[in-house]
Design a binder for this molecule. Structure first.
Ligand code: NAD
Length: 248
């Protein structure tokens, strides 16, 4: 159940938080993983942890905002791991500014790091997947609930869901499924300092049907489900994993 033996998966944002947990879960369930991030040290410690858990993975340092980054990642995957059939697009970055304090440069940055990189990787995936596969993007509960996010970040994550639906429609006939996960507030190195500083109010952290802050494993499990054949009739969805915060 949820097993990934035989899969060859590219996981981006794998040096930290949700991406790291997803890379570890994928490899522990039998996938061969190419773990991609711009943070070299984080990738090194990930590789050590994967080794310790008995399922080594391959790492590749890459800034996904660079123009030819996506092509390079897929070339590296083919050369060092094999022909990929899973892409977990997890690299991204949240902001904390509202519109009036967002410069044009800020806006372009958040669109680039959350949406453009996701698109370029997904485009390469449909070029490289030879016998179908699964693309899983990362949206956010903050794209559908207007609390605690930031204007350019929420806009980019909303667009990730639209991209997901359109590509699902276009590539289903080629046996390529395209879905997204929309995490609620998850405790990761990106959010932990803000959670500790009390920057999210109780509606985000407590007042929800399941009153706890999510953990990276909660999200990694959803990625594993959408990567596996257990979800073989599911495409085009954005799956909220948020303790009911955005869904009730
Ligand atoms: P994180 O900061 O812990 O991890 C993100 C990783 O992405 C980092 O290792 C970072 O180096 C990498 N990355 C960023 N820009 C990159 C680039 N240009 N090229 C290569 N790698 C890059 O963050 P996280 O909290 O684990 O978030 C992971 C994803 O989940 C993001 O897309 C985020 O927007 C989304 N998300 C997180 C939450 C949350 O509460 N943590 C909620 C909703 C959505």
């Amino acid at each position: 159940e949820g097993q990934l033996a035989g899969r060859i998966a590219i996981v981006t944002g794998a040096a930290s938080g949700i991406g790291r947990e997803t890379a570890l879960l994928f490899s522990s369930r039998g996938a061969q993983v190419l773990a991609v991030d711009l943070a070299a040290e984080g990738l090194e410690s990930l590789a050590e942890q994967a080794e310790r858990q008995g399922s080594p993975l391959v790492t590749h340092v890459q800034d996904l905002r660079a123009e030819r980054a996506a092509q390079e990642v897929f070339d590296v995957c083919r050369a060092r791991v094999g022909v990929p059939d899973v892409l977990a697009n997890i690299a991204g970055k949240a902001g904390d500014k509202s519109a009036d304090s967002t410069t044009d440069e800020d806006f372009d940055f958040f669109v680039s790091v959350n949406l453009t990189t996701t698109f370029r990787m997904a485009r390469q995936a449909v070029l490289h997947f030879e016998e179908g596969g699964s693309i899983i993007n990362t949206s956010s509960a903050f794209a559908v609930v207007g609390v605690g996010g930031s204007a350019p970040y929420s806009a980019a994550k909303g667009a990730v869901s639209s991209l997901t639906r359109q590509m699902a429609a276009d590539y289903g006939p080629r046996n390529i499924r395209v879905n997204a996960v929309a995490p609620g507030l998850i405790e990761t190195p990106a959010t932990a300092p803000r959670i500790r500083a009390g920057q999210f109010d109780d509606t985000v952290t407590k007042a929800r049907p399941i009153p706890r802050v999510g953990q990276p494993r909660d999200i990694a499990a959803a990625f594993a489900f959408l990567a596996s054949d257990d979800s073989s009739f599911i495409t085009g969805v954005t799956l909220p994993v948020c303790g009911g915060w955005s869904t009730t």
